[in-house]
Design a protein around this ligand. Structure first.
Ligand code: GDL
Length: 676
C-alpha cells in the first residue's frame, strides 16, 4: 500500500433518508461546523431527487440558485462543500449517454461554485446489466471506470477538485456477505484512481465500535485508508429514537488510521448539537476519550437553547430546564447500542418495580420512579420551549417518553395500593387503540426480531445457531444434552446406559417445571444442542424441589446399597436423589440466583456459551436480582476460566480437589453490595 501521511479532517454528511434539511437549518449547521472546527460538508440527502432518483436531470433554476447560495455560505465559513451524486439505482456504466449525463452534472455544479464531489453507490442493486458485464466484467471494475471518468471531468474543470467514492458494500458485514460480487474490494482497490478517497462505515452500517485494527483489512484491500462515513447518530432507520449521547466507541487512535471522519447524524438538525460538539472534542483533544465528560460539556453549552417561554404577566415563572433534566433526557436518547447511565438506572429500577412486591422496593426502585416522574414533567414542560424548531424536532420522541413514564408511575401506584389492600385506580389515559396501537404494534407483537425468532418458524440455516426461550416440548432434547455433556462436559452416554435420564432429573427437569421462564435452548439445523437454565431465588427453588420433585424421585429410585465402588454412575446420581446437597454460597442474600449451562461438542468454542449466559444474566439483572452463583467441578479449570471472563469470582470450594468450586457474580440489583 502506498504510504499516505495520516490526517483526519472531520465533517458532516447530510446523507440520510427523509426530508432534507432546510436552507435555514443548513446555515445553523454551517455555523456549528465553523464553531466546532468541522471542515467538510457532504451534501447527499437521499430524498433530494436531483441527487439520486432523478440524478440525470439538472436542478431547476430555483434549486440551482439555492445550491449556489449554500456553496457561497460554505466558502464564507471556510468549509468545503462536497456535492454528492448517487446514480446507482439505474445507471448503465457502459452507456455513453449516462457518462455524458454525469459529466453534465459535474459541469452544472462547477458552474454553481462547487469544487469537490462524491460518487455514492450505497444502497443500490448489486447486479450488473449484461452490457456492463460484457464491457467491464465486474461491478467494481465498472464503478471504478465511471469514477475515473468523473475525476477526469472534475480535474478538467477544477484542477485541484476532488472526488470521494462510496462503494456498494460499505461495511465489513456487507463485504463478508459478498455484496458487489467476488473480490469487489480488491478489484476496486486495484482499479480506482489512487486520488479518490473511499468511504467505509466500519464493521456495521451503524457501528457500535470502530477501531484502528478493524480498519486495517479494508484499508489493505482498498490500498488506501478509508474515510469513515459514521452513522453512529443517524436516526433515519427508527422514527421513535434520536441520539443525544456523546461520540463513543472509537478510540482516538482511529484518527491516525483513516483519511477523515464524516458524521451522518440525526435527521432533525436541532438535535445534532451534542453529536457535533462531542465529535469535535474527540477530534481535537488528546489522551483517552471520556465520553461522559464530553457529554457534560456539550450539555452545558446546549442548555441555553432550552429556555422556556416567559410566563404571562402575573403568572408564576416557569420552572427552568435544569442541567440534570437535560442529562436525563440525553441519557434516554443516548446512543444506538447503549442507554445513558440515568436511563439504564431507570430501566433497572423499573424492572425491580415490576418484579418485586412494593415492600421489597429499595433505593433503585425509588430512584427510578423519581426519574420517571421528572421525565414526565419535563416532557410536559418542554411544550413551552421558546425555540420552537427544537421543540418540533423533539416532539415525536417526547410524547412516547412522557406516556411510558406515566404508565410506569401509574402501575407502581396501583401495586402499592394492592399491597395496602386498596383497589387499583383505572388508567383512562392509556387505552387500547390509541396507546401502543396500530398496525405496526400488531405486527411487532406477532413477529419477533431475528435474534429472538424461534428456528421452528424461521428454519435454521445449516451452520447457524439460534438461542431462544425453551418450550415445554424441548424437555426431552434438553435431557439428551444433559446426558451428552454429563461426563464433566464430555459425552456421558456410555456411562449412563442403565438410566440415561438420571442426571437430567436433577439438572433439567426441575427447571422446566419450576423456572420455565428462565430456560433457553440453543438450536441448530440438527436440533437442540445446548441449554441455559436458571433459578431466580435458589432457596425457593430448592424448597419446591424438596416438596414437589424429590419425593417422586425417591419413590421411583431406591437408594443404592452395597459398596459404592461397585455402583454405576447412575446409581451415584440416584444416591443424590436421597441425599441432596443444596448450597447457596456467599454472604446470605448476595447471590440468590443460580444458573447452569451445557453445550454439546458441536456447539462449543463458538462464543455461544457467552451469548446464552449474557441473555440469562441480563434477564436476571432486569428482574433486579442482586447476584448469581454456579457450581463447577474444581478440576474443570477451562469452565472456570470461561466464567471468570464473564466476571464471576470464586466464592469457595467443597469436597476437595475433585469437588465443586462455587463462583458468583454481582448483578447490581437491589440487594447488591460491593464485589466480593
Ligand atoms: C445507510 C445509508 C445512509 C443512511 C444510513 C443510516 C450509508 C453509506 N448509506 O445505509 O444513507 O442514512 O444507512 O440509516 O450509510
Amino acid at each position: 500500500m502506498q504510504a499516505v501521511a495520516p490526517r483526519c479532517p472531520g465533517g458532516v454528511i447530510e446523507g440520510f433518508y427523509g426530508p432534507p434539511w432546510s436552507d435555514a437549518e443548513r446555515r445553523t449547521l454551517l455555523d456549528w461546523m465553523a464553531r466546532f472546527g468541522l471542515g467538510t460538508w457532504l451534501y447527499a440527502p437521499k430524498d433530494d431527487p436531483w441527487h439520486r432518483a432523478a440524478w440525470r436531470e439538472p436542478y431547476p433554476a430555483a434549486e440551482a440558485a439555492r445550491i449556489a447560495g449554500l456553496v457561497a455560505d460554505c466558502r464564507a465559513r471556510g468549509i468545503e462543500f462536497v456535492w454528492g451524486v448517487s446514480p446507482g439505482l439505474d445507471i448503465r456504466h457502459a452507456d455513453p449517454a449516462d457518462g455524458a449525463a454525469l459529466a453534465a452534472r459535474i459541469d452544472e455544479l462547477v458552474g454553481l461554485g462547487c469544487r469537490s464531489f462524491a460518487l455514492l453507490l450505497d444502497d443500490i442493486p448489486d447486479d450488473l446489466h449484461a452490457l456492463d458485464t460484457a464491457r467491464f466484467g465486474s461491478l467494481a471494475a465498472a464503478q471504478a471506470s465511471v469514477a475515473g471518468a468523473l475525476l477526469a471531468r472534475i480535474r478538467a474543470r477544477v484542477p485541484d477538485g476532488r472526488l470521494l467514492f462510496c462503494p456498494t458494500p460499505y461495511c465489513d458485514r456487507m463485504a463478508a456477505a459478498g455484496l458487489g460480487g467476488p473480490g469487489y474490494l480488491a478489484t476496486l482497490g486495484a482499479q480506482l484512481d489512487e486520488a479518490i478517497d473511499v468511504f467505509w462505515t466500519g464493521p456495521e452500517i451503524v457501528s457500535e465500535a470502530i477501531t484502528p485494527e478493524a480498519i486495517l483489512p479494508v484499508a489493505g484491500l482498498l490500498r488506501r485508508p478509508p474515510v469513515i462515513w459514521d452513522n453512529l447518530f443517524a436516526d433515519d432507520y427508527d422514527g421513535e429514537r434520536c441520539f443525544l449521547g456523546p461520540y463513543a466507541g472509537r478510540p482516538r487512535a482511529l484518527r491516525g488510521s483513516v483519511r477523515g471522519i464524516l458524521l451522518n447524524p440525526n435527521n432533525e438538525l436541532p438535535l445534532n448539537f451534542v453529536p457535533l460538539h462531542t465529535f469535535s472534542a474527540w477530534l481535537s483533544g488528546d489522551g483517552p476519550w471520556d465520553g461522559r465528560e464530553a457529554l457534560g460539556g456539550a450539555l452545558r453549552d446546549w442548555l441555553p437553547a432550552f429556555r422556556l417561554l416567559d410566563a404571562a404577566p402575573g403568572r408564576p415563572a416557569r420552572e427552568p430546564v435544569s442541567p440534570d433534566d437535560l442529562l436525563l433526557l440525553a441519557d434516554c436518547f443516548h446512543l444506538p447500542h447503549e442507554p445513558g447511565a440515568g436511563a439504564r438506572a431507570l430501566l433497572e429500577g423499573a424492572a425491580g418495580v415490576m418484579a418485586k412486591p412494593p415492600e421489597a422496593w429499595g433505593a433503585a426502585e425509588t430512584a427510578a420512579l423519581d426519574a420517571a416522574d421528572r421525565l414526565r414533567r419535563l416532557a410536559t414542560r418542554l411544550a413551552d420551549l421558546a425555540d420552537r424548531d427544537l421543540l418540533h424536532a423533539l416532539a415525536r420522541r417526547l410524547w412516547p417518553l412522557r406516556e411510558e413514564c406515566a404508565l410506569l408511575l401509574h402501575e407502581a401506584s396501583n401495586r402499592r395500593r394492592r399491597g395496602a389492600g386498596l383497589p387499583p385506580r383505572p388508567d383512562d389515559d392509556h387505552l387500547p387503540g390509541t396507546f401502543r396501537g396500530g398496525f405496526l404494534a400488531g405486527l411487532r407483537a406477532l413477529v419477533p426480531p431475528p435474534w429472538e425468532a424461534a428456528p421452528a418458524e424461521r428454519g435454521t440455516a445449516p451452520g447457524t445457531f439460534l438461542v431462544r426461550p425453551a418450550r415445554s416440548d424441548d424437555e426431552p432434547a434438553a435431557y439428551r444434552v444433559c446426558l451428552e455433556t454429563g461426563d464433566d462436559g464430555g459425552d456421558g452416554t456410555p456411562f449412563y446406559r442403565d438410566d440415561p435420564d438420571a442426571l437430567g432429573r436433577i439438572f433439567v427437569g426441575p427447571y422446566f417445571a419450576f423456572a420455565p421462564d428462565l430456560a433457553w435452548v440453543l438450536e441448530d439445523e440438527q436440533g437442540v444442542c445446548g441449554y441455559c437454565l436458571a433459578a431466580e431465588d435458589s432457596d425457593r427453588f430448592y424448597e419446591r424441589y424438596e416438596h414437589q420433585w424429590r419425593p417422586h424421585l425417591t419413590a421411583r429410585f431406591p437408594e443404592p446399597t452395597g459398596d459404592p465402588a461397585g455402583w454405576s454412575r447412575a446409581a451415584h446420581v440416584h444416591r443424590l436423589y436421597h441425599h441432596p446437597d443444596h448450597i447457596v454460597p456467599g454472604p446470605p442474600g448476595a447471590f440468590p440466583a443460580h444458573v447452569h449451562i451445557d453445550l454439546v461438542a458441536r456447539a462449543q468454542g463458538r462464543g455461544l456459551g457467552t451469548r446464552m449466559m449474557r441473555i440469562a444474566l441480563d434477564e436476571l439483572r432486569r428482574r433486579g436480582v442482586p447476584g448469581v452463583h454456579l457450581g463447577v467441578g474444581t478440576v474443570n479449570t477451562r469452565a472456570q476460566a470461561f466464567y471468570r471472563k464473564l466476571g464471576f469470582v470464586e466464592l469457595g470450594r467443597t469436597g476437595g480437589a475433585d469437588g465443586c468450586t462455587w463462583m458468583g457474580l454481582r448483578l447490581g440489583g437491589a440487594a447488591g453490595g460491593s464485589a466480593p
